[in-house]
Design a binder for this molecule. Structure first.
Ligand SMILES: NC(=O)c1ccc[n+]([C@@H]2O[C@H](COP(=O)([O-])OP(=O)(O)OC[C@H]3O[C@@H](n4cnc5c(N)ncnc54)[C@H](O)[C@@H]3O)[C@@H](O)[C@H]2O)c1
Length: 250
């Protein structure tokens, strides 16, 4: 699908990967980008960048863990822009500074609600608006953590594995609804999420992993998301964006 002239929603668009995707969609000629995040003030900064790149921007404060908030997001988007073609289900949280299994029960539940429930309900609620708009493309953000044990972030890793098989299971939605669902699995990306695993920087368990790898940029992931949106064969596809090993300085 060509991005030019389309209406898109990006969740988790206040910063990080979501901000980069919102900006890339605008640069590629999207007509409007709706920025859905719990951080409304920071989302306004993304909105400014989107407008400067030539698209309309609308900030809708949205908690993707809440079905009613998602319903409101889709109805306001359709009402304001007359349709919906692209959804990047990207909002996500991890264990933060308290690793599994010490992480609070509330936080563990929230990780499942935001990362997995948010993606599932977001996909479900986007289907009818997209069908009414003549079809659409949904890209979910999973993670390289979907494929490898990550003991300090066991809940996070479980949700990301869930997104991968949910995405594969959504392949038939292309035929039934004209909606292609795919997902991107980034390796380590230089964002606040990584910094916030520890107090004042990355967690002790994460630092050796960071030291061994070249960090990806948010633009690397946005480029992959746009490729999946454009690719007519992306239904059910799971694409990994891996880190290169860091070459030690001579
Ligand atoms: N940074 C990495 O190394 C990395 C690697 C693989 C996957 N990811 C995934 O990429 C996505 C984006 O992560 P990021 O690195 O840009 O992190 P980030 O923390 O910078 O951005 C996440 C955004 O999601 C928003 N958010 C959190 N809870 C929300 C909720 N309930 N409803 C709506 N918005 C909410 C935050 O406010 C924030 O703006 C996440 O799904 C993350 O799991 C990140």
């Amino acid at each position: 699908m060509e991005v030019s002239g389309k209406v898109a929603i990006v969740t988790g668009a206040a910063r990080g990967i979501g901000r980069a995707t919102a900006l890339a969609l605008a640069t590629e000629g999207a007509r409007a980008v709706v920025l859905a995040d719990v951080r409304a003030t920071l989302s306004q900064e993304t909105a400014k960048l989107v407008r400067t790149a030539g698209a309309e921007a609308l900030v809708l404060e949205t908690d993707v863990a809440e079905a009613d908030a998602l319903r409101q997001l889709f109805s306001e988007t359709e009402e304001r822009f007359g349709g919906l073609h692209i959804l990047h289900n990207n909002a996500g949280i991890g264990e933060g500074t308290t690793p599994w299994p010490e992480v609070s029960t509330e936080r563990a539940g929230a990780i499942v609600d935001v990362n997995l429930r948010g993606v599932i309900l977001g996909t479900q609620l986007a289907l009818e608006p997209m069908r009414r708009s003549g079809g659409g493309a949904i890209v979910n953000t999973a993670s390289g953590a979907a494929f490898t044990p990550l003991p300090p972030q066991a809940v996070y890793a479980a949700t990301k594995a869930g997104i991968v098989n949910f995405t594969r299971s959504c392949k038939p939605l292309e035929d039934s609804h004209g909606v292609r669902v795919s997902c991107v699995c980034p390796g380590l990306v230089a964002t606040e999420m990584v910094q916030e695993t520890g107090t004042g920087g990355p967690a002790g368990w994460l630092q050796p992993i960071i030291d061994a790898l070249e960090m990806l940029s948010t633009d690397d992931i946005a480029a992959s998301v746009l490729e999946l949106i454009r690719d007519p064969k992306s239904a059910g596809e799971v694409v990994t964006v891996a880190n290169a090993p860091r070459v030690p300085a001579q």
